[in-house]
Design a protein around this ligand. Structure first.
Ligand SMILES: Cc1cc2nc3c(=O)[nH]c(=O)nc-3n(C[C@H](O)[C@H](O)[C@H](O)COP(=O)(O)O)c2cc1C
Length: 343
């Protein structure tokens, strides 16, 4: 077991020689191969069962995969075997789209960070649903949805409604992503009038769908770490007014402070270690405003057990990881799991 966990440190040396997008492909092909051989489960932590009930759903443990790692819902079974307590796929848009031109992801190794400007490259909601149906996952699956880059902003809500309807039957929860910095003007949906309109329409759709499917699927809103205090106040007011089920704090940041790596001036969203403080501060503010009335999923710069515990002690019921997982592999899941106690 220890050998397998340490394997990532060795593999990382080789994998990091490749351009990040190719490396992603190599590592997941390798993990698929290990799964095929039936040995992937050896990488899973011994006791990954630390159940949590949030949104009335039973999570195997409170550590999830953040959106973007499995954009097309292709690796659900693999991520499950690695010990994650829940998996969020996407961001998915109504129509498939290629995303921005390459290179569009950069490793900032000295800063333990990534900058990405993928721009929602994905196979589209319909094909992703086919992948979801093929997986035999029995855990909580989050489906993260967004708008196509070429849908005019005045029709953005329609894109969310299309994806919401199509995801509903297959999702444990649905994430409304309005905080990616890589789709032009997307973050404007966080502005009070737009946000209020979006949330009201999705809430009403949720009501219709819950009757149609005889099941209630919660939706959560993923927000940016770059909001001002005033914006956060308004967002919280609208979340509370509409009984939104949850909030994810946070997406990547456009801020660039104190970075040392050569790619520090690349355009896109910054994640990992340098995001930690911005993301935590946003979570703290949201937690205070929501007064424990709406569950929070904490994500952004969780690189070790201490970071995870800090998110829990500041109001998160669940956490997610992305960049920490890229830098440390499943060792980080193990470390986080060990640090939390069974409730
Ligand atoms: C390469 C990459 C792609 C991402 N793609 C998405 C995405 O499609 N949708 C989304 O909501 N967040 C996306 N994110 C943001 C992550 O889900 C997460 O919120 C952010 O990276 C902060 O967590 P971290 O510091 O642990 O990486 C992406 C992040 C990275 C690094």
């Amino acid at each position: 077991m220890g050998v397998l966990i340490r394997m990532y440190s060795f593999l990382k040396k080789i994998i990091f020689l490749f351009e990040p997008e190719i490396a992603h492909h190599i590592i997941f092909t390798f993990l698929k191969f290990l799964n095929h051989l039936g040995v992937l489960k050896l990488l899973a932590p011994k006791n990954s069962s630390k159940e949590r009930i949030v949104f009335n759903l039973k999570f195997k443990n409170p550590i999830g995969v953040a959106a973007g790692l499995d954009k097309n819902a292709e690796y659900i079974n693999i991520l499950d075997k690695l010990g994650f307590g829940f998996i969020e796929v996407g961001t998915l848009t109504p129509r498939p789209q290629a995303g921005n031109s390459k290179p569009r992801i950069f490793r900032l190794i000295k800063d333990k960070a990534l900058i990405n400007r993928f721009g929602f490259n994905n196979i589209g909601i319909d094909k992703a649903i086919i992948n979801i149906k093929k997986s035999n996952y029995d855990g909580v699956l989050g489906i993260n949805i967004g708008k196509n880059f070429d849908t005019p902003m005045e029709n953005a809500i329609d894109d969310y409604l299309i994806c919401f309807r199509k995801s509903y039957a297959y999702a444990g929860y649905i994430t409304i992503n309005i905080s990616s910095p890589n789709t032009k003007n997307l973050r404007d949906l966080q502005n009070t009038d737009n946000f209020s309109n979006l949330i009201r329409q999705i809430k009403s759709e949720q009501l219709k769908m819950s009757k149609l499917h005889s099941k209630y699927v919660p939706f959560v809103v993923k927000i940016s770490p770059d909001c001002t205090n005033e914006e956060l106040d308004n967002i919280c007011e609208i979340l509370l007014e509409n009984n939104v089920d949850g909030v994810i704090t946070t997406n990547t940041t456009l801020l660039r402070e104190g970075l040392k790596s050569e790619y520090k001036t690349e355009k896109g969203g910054l994640s990992g270690e340098p995001l930690k403080t911005y993301s935590l501060n946003t979570q703290k503010k949201i937690f205070k405003n929501l007064n424990g009335k709406i569950p929070i999923i904490g994500v952004g710069g969780i690189m070790n057990a201490k970071d995870g515990l800090e998110r829990f002690s500041n109001g998160a019921e669940l956490i997610q990881i992305y960049t920490g997982f890229i830098y440390q592999g499943n060792r980080l899941i193990n470390e986080l799991l060990k640090s939390i106690t069974q409730k």
